[in-house]
Design a protein around this ligand. Structure first.
Ligand code: RIB
Ligand code: CA
Length: 295
């Protein structure tokens, strides 16, 4: 760190773990959250946008802009995860937001903001990367001004969570993931290979007191048989704060876009440029960082 906070933008489908990730980004003195762009995935785009607005508002940061993105993937509707995140996208209902999203659509706002902060922004896509693929296609000059992209998605050397083959975000828009992974942007991939190891338990959250603790209490109450809540999106933010939390390998990642049963599978290989795939994580330090900011 050079002492100045890193400007970040989060593309998000809140989503309980997205909620925790956004809390971290707002609260960390290492990051300057320039704004959120929303995408469907965990829940509908409407719910995701309301939840993003609610999150910045309950954190006392109604100044953080929220821009609305894609309601569906490039070639198919999103398949939501109500069973995991809840019908509204969050385990704990938050008060109706008193603020509105930007008029400007997500992709145009991303392009505009990247042009204003050339080569300094870390972009954190933590949902289906539909908006990011459109940014690359429609505003290549802006995409080239991304300093670093930390993508939560994929499962390279491990099974998926949406299917045996695919992680939820790449499963929900494999075609977008193929474009994003192949764009040649300085990319770190935070997939299930590492985030399966980083989780909250009922014991870990017991020390918390704020909205993050309340949200996790609500999630565990809705999932009495679950012992762990995996911190996928929060780990992506944690790596933006401290890149030493993970060990990465430079790998070209291929995405199954066949539309068949292995759709969204992410594999070593393909002819795209290599990206930095996180394969190991310092679990204790990661959980400590996430807990310290979000609970
Ligand atoms: O597979 C985990 C990812 O899918 C996380 O981003 C979670 O929020 C869901 O979107
Ligand atoms: Ca997410």
């Amino acid at each position: 760190m050079n002492g100045n906070p890193t400007p970040v933008m989060i593309d998000t489908d809140p989503g309980v773990d997205d909620f925790i990730a956004i809390l971290m980004a707002i609260r960390s003195s290492e990051l300057d959250l320039l704004g959120l762009t929303t995408v469907g995935g965990n829940t509908s785009l409407e719910n995701a946008t309301l939840n993003a607005l609610r999150t910045v508002e309950i954190e006392g940061r109604p100044d953080i802009p929220v821009a609305i993105g894609a309601a569906a993937g490039r070639t198919r509707p999103f398949e939501y995860a109500d069973h995991f995140h809840g019908e509204t996208g969050l385990a704990m209902a938050l008060p109706a937001p008193g603020i509105e999203p930007l008029e400007i659509p997500a992709v145009a706002w991303l392009a505009q903001t990247l042009a204003q902060h050339s080569n300094t922004i870390t972009l954190l896509p933590v949902g289906p990367v539909t908006n990011i693929a459109r940014l690359i296609e429609e505003h290549p000059e802006a995409a080239n001004q991304i300093d670093r992209m930390i993508v939560m998605g994929g499962a390279v050397d491990c099974p998926g969570n949406a299917t045996d083959y695919a992680e939820f975000n790449t499963w929900n828009d494999p075609e977008a993931a193929e474009i994003v992974f192949g764009a040649g942007i300085n990319t770190t991939l935070i997939g299930l290979d590492v985030c399966n190891q980083v989780a909250f338990t009922r014991e870990i959250i017991s020390d918390g007191a704020g909205p993050g603790r309340l949200m996790m209490d609500a999630w565990f109450a809705e999932h009495p048989d679950s012992e762990e809540f995996h911190l996928c999106d929060p780990l992506a933010v944690a790596v933006a704060i401290d890149p030493t939390l993970v060990r990465t390998e430079s790998i070209s990642v291929a995405v199954d876009t066949s539309g068949g049963p292995e759709r969204g599978n992410t594999m070593r290989g393909g002819d795209g440029p290599p990206i930095d795939v996180a394969l190991e994580v310092d679990v204790e330090r990661a959980v400590r960082l996430i807990s310290g900011l979000a609970l």
